[in-house]
Design a binder for this molecule. Structure first.
Ligand code: IDP
Ligand code: MG
Length: 154
């Protein structure tokens, strides 16, 4: 069982795909344990895409990511990280198979517009969960434990 960080990007929000994507997550047997709708600060985008800041396409990626609301989420379940990466499909929507989120909805010409982000490893999941929800995994596990319905005998 693991946690992963997922984010519907501005194009996914503008195309009205929030319900479609959250339904796919539910139907895969994964649980959305945190969900938010917000606009990102420039420095959050710089941190999140620090591996890409030197790329020629980074300025357009950054302005895209700040162009509209995004939907950050924490998703929990069995092999959640790889399950979500498979559900998303590869980075380039044009190469993503039908039935994947990027294959079904991503822009086939502009690589940047690929609908959704998902953590690529347990290490990045932990960092991204902390970055976007300011919580670490032990705290999150405690919070999940506290959420369980408590049956009070009387
Ligand atoms: P990932 O989102 O599949 O993990 P990364 O390589 O981490 O892919 O890239 C992060 C995001 O940057 C991609 O999802 C996409 O939006 C954008 N991106 C990646 N490579 C390119 C490119 O070659 N041209 C334009 N945008 C790109
Ligand atoms: Mg990535």
């Amino acid at each position: 069982m693991e946690y992963t960080f997922i984010m519907i990007k501005p194009d996914g929000v503008r195309k009205g795909l929030v319900r479609e994507i959250t339904e796919r997550i539910d139907k895969a047997g994964l649980q959305i344990v945190k969900f938010d709708v917000r606009k990102l600060e420039g420095n959050t985008i710089d941190e999140h895409y620090s591996h890409l800041v030197e790329k020629h396409f980074y300025p357009s990626l950054k302005s895209f990511m700040s162009s509209d609301y995004v939907v950050p989420m924490i998703v929990y379940g069995e092999n959640a990280i790889s399950a979500m990466r498979s559900m998303m499909g590869p980075t380039k929507s044009a190469e993503a198979p039908k039935g994947t989120i990027r294959g079904d909805f991503g822009d086939k010409e502009i690589v940047t517009y690929n609908i959704i982000h998902g953590s690529d490893s347990p290490e990045s999941a932990n960092i991204e969960i902390k970055r976007f929800f300011n919580i670490d995994i032990p705290e999150l596990e405690q919070e999940m434990e506290n959420r369980k319905v408590k049956y009070i005998s009387r």
